[in-house]
Design a protein around this ligand. Structure first.
Ligand code: FES
Ligand code: FES
Length: 224
């Protein structure tokens, strides 16, 4: 199926990709986050009951509310910061490390503009605490280019003009890099599914899909 058969639909006010062969029972990143949130609440409740029953035998370590040392590995470089434990990964990198490539748009895990890769998996950095990703490999859009040479995904987005205002673009670029590392020969259906946690309010979805498929071809040619 060519990418043009992937349609754009609007569900609950959010524009998203959907292919006519989309698996109704598969789990998307957005679905996973929803279920993980519910699971997390259940776990927290169970933990609270357990802690009460155990009579608070072992007190958890308390960090903050002031600044604490946080060591991050970002784009292969170690970053030593002093931040409050409540600071998100996005704010830590944008405000304390001058890594401003990824954007804060919704700040609530709904749009994907802040998408980063942590240990090979995409995360919404606006909804991830920096202190929780110490010791992990963090990759941002800032680390994709090699000097003046853009990453093939960045180049493909430029080549096919896959942006309008550009606020969503860093997140889409990172999510597309993750897609093509996971599926080097990604089909349009796989691309639509993997990118469905990202939203473009300007509606450039068709061009974004085109860029993803072009980047796949460029990366395939580079592999030989
Ligand atoms: S800014 Fe993080 S999901 Fe929108
Ligand atoms: S290009 Fe404007 S939100 Fe995507």
């Amino acid at each position: 199926m060519s990418f043009v058969s992937v349609v754009v639909t609007r569900v609950g006010g959010i524009i998203r990709f959907m292919s006519d062969s989309e698996d109704r029972f598969s789990v998307s990143r957005r679905d996973f986050l929803k279920s993980a949130g519910l699971g997390g609440m259940a776990t927290a409740a169970a933990t609270a009951v357990g802690a009460t029953e155990a009579g608070a035998q072992s007190e958890p370590a308390v960090l903050g509310p002031g600044d604490v040392p946080v060591a991050l590995t970002v784009n292969g470089q170690r970053l030593d910061l002093r931040i409050e434990p409540r600071v998100t990964l996005l704010d830590a990198l944008r405000n304390r490390a001058d890594l401003t490539g990824n954007k804060r748009v919704c700040d609530r895990g709904a749009c994907g503009a802040c998408t980063m890769i942590v240990d090979g998996r995409t995360v919404y950095s606006c909804s991830t605490l920096a202190i929780d990703v110490q010791g992990r490999q963090i990759r941002t859009v800032d680390g994709l280019a090699q000097g003046d040479r853009l990453h093939p995904v960045q180049q493909a987005f430029c080549d096919v003009d896959a942006l309008m205002c550009g606020f969503c673009t860093p997140g889409f670029v990172v999510a597309t890099v993750s897609l093509l590392e996971k599926y080097p020969n990604a089909t349009p259906e796989q691309a639509a599914k993997e990118l469905d946690g990202n939203v473009c309010r300007c509606g450039t979805f068709v061009r974004i899909m085109e860029a993803a498929m072009k980047a796949k071809t460029m990366m395939g040619a580079a592999r030989g």
